[in-house]
Design a protein around this ligand. Structure first.
Ligand SMILES: Cc1ncc(COP(=O)(O)O)c(C=O)c1O
Length: 387
């Protein structure tokens, strides 16, 4: 018996939504930026409404119950024992990553990323005066794997001091296995490379896959890493701006905590923490049901492409709600095709090139976190343009 109605269509136009209100043309179906068109879980809405009723919205602290919600969630769901002393709260995963890069590198050093990868990784690295070093993922059939020789060569570069991992990987759709993560860390440790693991998509796991927090792979991984996490992507509360850095390495914790203060991202709004608590304490069934729904949306996308556009390959989705589609058969560049889809098809997707000029060329990213009817209409428009 389903408890939640993900089919419900909620009009988001006119709410200052980045996804729905940024494109000025009328009638566009937005299947781009990574937020969902679903209402948040009832417990989250109730907690936010109750807090709103109070009417006073001064500076906020987080209490013990905040830390308990995080530690019990990760213990229960991912078998990860987090010490409260390892947690630093902040306003977002991107501010967290920027502060961690600032704290753990010197300007001019190289930060390794596995491309194609989430676009803000590039800006986070460059904004701190560090250099982007790409280790392209290798396409193998309908999935991506690590090119281990390339990864090791890049780690061995004496200027490489940090590896920024995306776990699960946006947009390649991979949920890294424990063995893969252990191997990444072995190579990093051999070359004295620290790891930041962005785990913002960690509950968005397709049925039959298992997410492994990087820090749970081994004690070495835990000591050699900084984990950036948040319920915002998983529970669709990104506008409430709350995230956590989890760092067991005491010296790195101290440095990152300092950077969070220097960057002035040490204060959160009063709604973020209570939404986090309601998510982690009371909304597990919601996120489980959500992923069944997303899995069905992904199946619909795959079937549609197989039937209507068989020359286009849909990459396997192990995690996230973001489908990565090979559009080389169209003969258009990713940018040209994304433009054509907006202007001719009235459907907005992300061009792959924002995730890497070279490694994202030939792909588009399609956001599946919307009611089925919205996706059906979006797919109809995509098929019309691509045919
Ligand atoms: C991998 C990844 N990290 C971070 C973010 C954004 O995090 P935040 O909004 O908390 O800064 C996103 C958003 O799509 C993402 O995909």
């Amino acid at each position: 018996m389903k408890k939640y109605n993900f089919d419900e269509i909620i009009n988001r136009r006119g709410t200052n939504s980045v996804k729905w209100d940024e494109e000025k043309e009328d009638g566009i179906i937005p299947l781009w930026v990574a937020d969902m068109d679903f209402a948040a879980a009832p417990a989250i809405r109730k907690a936010v409404e109750e807090r709103a009723k109070h009417g006073v919205f001064g500076y906020a602290l987080v209490g013990d119950s905040y830390y308990e919600a995080i530690t019990s969630w990760f213990k229960r769901r991912h078998n990860w024992e987090i010490d409260k002393e390892w947690i630093i709260y902040t306003t977002g995963v991107i501010p967290a990553i920027s502060a961690a890069i600032h704290a753990l590198t010197m300007p001019g050093e190289k930060v390794l990323i596995q491309t194609p990868v989430y676009n803000c990784f590039y800006s986070c690295i460059r904004n701190q005066g560090t250099q982007v070093l790409e280790s392209p993922l290798k396409r193998e059939g309908d999935t991506y794997v690590v090119d281990w020789d390339n990864f090791e060569t890049k780690c061995a570069d004496e200027k490489t001091t940090l590896f920024l991992l995306c776990n699960p990987h946006n947009p390649a759709g991979r949920v890294w296995t424990k063995d893969e993560l252990a191997r990444m860390n072995d190579i990093c440790m051999r070359h004295d490379v620290k790891v930041i693991s962005d785990e913002i998509h960690c509950e968005l796991i397709m049925p039959s896959y298992t997410f492994t927090p990087f820090a749970t792979v081994s004690n070495e991984c835990q000591q050699n890493s900084v984990i950036c996490n948040s319920p915002t992507k998983n529970f669709n509360i990104a506008g409430l701006q709350i995230a956590n850095i989890i760092c067991a390495n005491k010296e790195w914790y101290r440095r990152i905590n300092r950077a969070i203060n220097i960057f002035e991202v040490c204060d959160v709004n009063p709604f973020g923490p209570i939404a986090l608590e309601a998510a982690y304490n009371e909304s597990e069934d919601w996120v489980n049901e959500l992923m069944d729904y997303v899995a069905d949306n992904y199946a619909l996308l795959k079937e549609t492409f197989q039937k209507e556009l068989p020359a286009y390959e849909v990459i396997k989705l192990e995690g996230t709600y973001l489908a990565w589609v090979d559009i080389n058969a169209s003969g258009f560049s990713a940018d040209a095709l994304a433009n054509k889809l907006v202007h001719e098809g009235k459907v907005q997707v992300n061009a792959g090139t924002i995730y890497g000029d070279r490694d994202g060329e030939g792909y588009i990213r399609i956001n599946l976190a919307c009611p089925r009817a919205t996706l059906e209409e979006g797919l109809r428009r995509i098929v019309k343009v691509l045919k």
